[in-house]
Design a protein around this ligand. Sequence first.
Ligand SMILES: CCCCCCCC(=O)SCCNC(=O)CCNC(=O)[C@H](O)C(C)(C)COP(=O)(O)OP(=O)(O)OC[C@H]1O[C@@H](n2cnc3c(N)ncnc32)[C@H](O)[C@@H]1OP(=O)(O)O
Length: 220
Amino acid sequence: MDVSLRPNAPIDIWNPDWNDPFDPTVEAGDEFAELVAAVRAVQEAFTRSRPDPAAAAGIAGTLRSVAQRLEELEVGEDDQIAGHRWDLAGRGQALAPPLHIDAVTETTARGRVTVGRFHAGRYAMNGGVTPLIFDEIMARLANDSGRPWARTAYLNVNFRAPAPLDVELRVEAEYLRQDGRKRFMRGTMYHGDVLVADADGLWVELKPEQTLNISEGGDV
Ligand SMILES: CCCCCCCC(=O)SCCNC(=O)CCNC(=O)[C@H](O)C(C)(C)COP(=O)(O)OP(=O)(O)OC[C@H]1O[C@@H](n2cnc3c(N)ncnc32)[C@H](O)[C@@H]1OP(=O)(O)O
């Protein structure tokens, strides 16, 4: 883990320890985890608020200066921490809902997620957020167990019941079968015993000439 936090050190995109059970407590001294939690708190508090014009102007100024400070610390995508911290909910990527992946085997993955109003449509999870959660856990499973990188080719989501806010939802993924470069996956999301959504997805293994970093000019 320390490797992710050392300034200017290359970040292992795949942390061999990520398979360990997730520890939901932010460790003391894990300043990056605290920063992600703070960004998420801003998103949620902003969504829940109704500031008057003076308050809005003041807060906007404060946030602009925060953005400016972070812009001074900009690095390339391979070196950023957000999205690369496999031990944090949503990999420390603040757009992704805070999905905690608790266990992954060669053929299954299991996690849990609680979303607030920031990720809401109207009184329930936004219909665009559900696929984000499925993509996260199904991609994690598709690319687990030393399998070469694969990208999502399709992700078909069925919304079976409104997914409530502020309660823990159970998310599961299953590796159904492989056919050459194609990996077929299934995902389910439950609130208690109620199936709120399920998904079928196809991940296609990248060919040697295809690269994850498309800006490097790989054949995509
Ligand atoms: C854990 C976190 C992991 C993070 C990894 C990062 C993952 C991502 O960034 S995913 C982001 C969203 N996804 C993308 O951006 C993918 C964009 N699409 C692509 O790059 C390509 O279309 C890709 C790689 C999926 C497939 O392209 P390509 O390698 O040329 O496939 P191609 O050779 O035509 O097809 C292979 C097989 O898949 C099938 N296939 C491909 N796409 C589809 C599709 N959408 N629907 C059904 N079948 C498909 C083909 O029919 C073919 O089947 P068969 O072998 O039986 O003839």
